[in-house]
Write a protein that binds this ligand. Structure first.
Ligand SMILES: Cc1cc2nc3c(=O)[nH]c(=O)nc-3n(C[C@H](O)[C@H](O)[C@H](O)COP(=O)(O)O)c2cc1C
Ligand SMILES: [Fe+2]
Ligand SMILES: [Fe+2]
Length: 391
């Protein structure tokens, strides 16, 4: 396995994980991922930028074995998919110092039991000379943990951005321009992991865009060799203006709620309102998260189960609440057997979202003509709001 050169002084020493299908025990990875670590050498010193997930230690150390020295380990992010092999790297290169942000030091000590003596704190704007080569640290807190920062390689105009601008995508090539799936994978990554921090990230997008990088080298997925495209895309995703679509997320045990959903979808189609429909028993929650970036209305559709919504809907609601999407309004609809009142609790399922809640719409058992008319009125209501927004 040859070292993968990015330039005369920069090598890729990461690992491509083609087989991984779940991240953070939650996030589906339909196309695998990679853990990107980089090695930068000047005339005097060499720095390792992050490590990889401990599951890929063999690949990582096979690359590192081809390099004679590690003087610095720059740890942009304490999450273990990047920091997990720092302890073993320190055992192999005992003279190396770990450089990280102040909150990063705290987290590395907690997550990996690193000795405080091995860690040196770097601040925004600090620089590190490797001998004719300069790395400068750019703090970007809360992209997506409190300690996250980037490294700017001055002479070569490379931004090492860690999870910022990352995508979960396993590829044989190194560069985004070789793979047209990258923006979709980046959207999934942004939606699942970064969306709750959109307003902070928006400022940090401008902070790093001002550097005018020639290359953005993230910690997952291909390197952005045309950085303007990914920067512009992140600008769009972090824009606070709501999307235009309707999301319908539903569950139905015996088909009654599904019948309501079918009527609603047909009505929205007839009115030309764009929607995305998810059966939550089989939905890829990453796709659901991605759809939230483009939506302004959420319809939760659920039968009554044990005096509440179906647990799968409650799970989705908890996730949507945590992702803090730029939704404007929501409504819950569903079928019940004997008591629909718990549907009135729907706003408490997503307590952190400021939403305009339309009145719940329920029907007993299978919908009858009067229920269908009520659904048609809801369609009209949603359609008029969407038409007004796009006018
Ligand atoms: C396990 C289970 C629990 C239920 N709990 C309630 C309930 O607490 N309140 C209620 O009104 N109906 C309850 N029902 C009845 C369903 O809400 C009703 O059958 C509904 O029409 C099912 O809609 P679906 O066909 O979309 O699954 C329950 C049904 C099941 C199977
Ligand atoms: Fe992370
Ligand atoms: Fe990561």
């Amino acid at each position: 396995m040859k070292l993968r050169k990015i330039s005369e002084t920069v090598s890729f020493v990461g690992a491509v994980d083609w087989d991984r299908r779940l991240f953070d025990a939650l996030v589906p990875l339909p196309h695998g991922t990679s853990y990107n670590a980089y090695y930068v050498e000047g005339s005097e010193k060499a720095a390792l930028l992050d490590t990889v997930d401990p599951s890929m230690a063999d690949t990582f150390f096979a690359y590192l074995a081809q390099r004679p020295r590690v003087d610095y380990i720059i740890s942009h992010h304490a999450e273990q998919d990047h920091s997990g092999l720092i302890p073993e790297t320190l055992r192999r290169f005992p003279n190396a110092r770990v450089l990280t942000s102040a909150p990063g030091k705290n987290l590395l000590e907690a997550m990996l039991h690193l000795s405080p003596d091995s860690i040196q704190i770097v601040k925004d704007g600090d620089s590190l000379s490797l001998g004719g080569r300069t790395l400068r640290f750019v703090q970007t807190p809360w992209v997506h943990w409190p300690e996250t920062f980037c490294t700017w390689y001055e002479e070569e105009k490379i931004l090492f951005s860690c999870d910022f601008f990352a995508s979960h995508l396993a590829t044989s090539g190194l560069y985004a321009s070789d793979d047209n799936r990258v923006l979709d994978a980046a959207k999934r990554y942004y939606a699942e992991i970064m969306m709750p921090y959109a307003s902070i990230i928006r400022k940090n997008v401008e902070k790093v865009a001002a550097l005018q990088p020639k290359l953005i080298a993230p910690s997952h997925g291909p390197l952005h060799d045309h950085p303007d495209e990914i920067v512009e895309t992140w600008r769009r995703w972090t824009d606070p203006a709501p999307g235009r679509e309707v999301i319908i997320a539903y569950v139905s045990m015996h088909g009654s709620t599904r019948s309501m959903v079918d009527r609603l979808c047909n009505g929205l189609s007839d009115r030309g309102v764009t929607f995305q429909r998810f059966d939550l028993t089989t939905a890829d929650i990453g796709q659901l998260a991605m759809s939230l970036l483009d939506a302004s209305t959420l319809v939760l559709a659920t039968p009554l189960v044990l005096n509440s919504a179906h647990p799968v809907v409650l799970h989705a609601a908890a996730l949507i609440n945590a992702l803090k999407p730029k939704l404007q309004r929501a409504v819950v609809i569903g079928s019940f057997g004997w008591n629909a009142k718990p549907l009135e609790q729907a706003p408490t399922w997503m307590p952190d979202l400021k939403l305009d809640w339309l009145p719940p719409l329920s029907c007993r058992g299978l919908p009858r003509a009067a229920d269908n008319e009520a659904i048609d009125r809801l369609v009209g209501d949603i359609a008029s709001k969407h038409t007004a927004a796009t006018a």
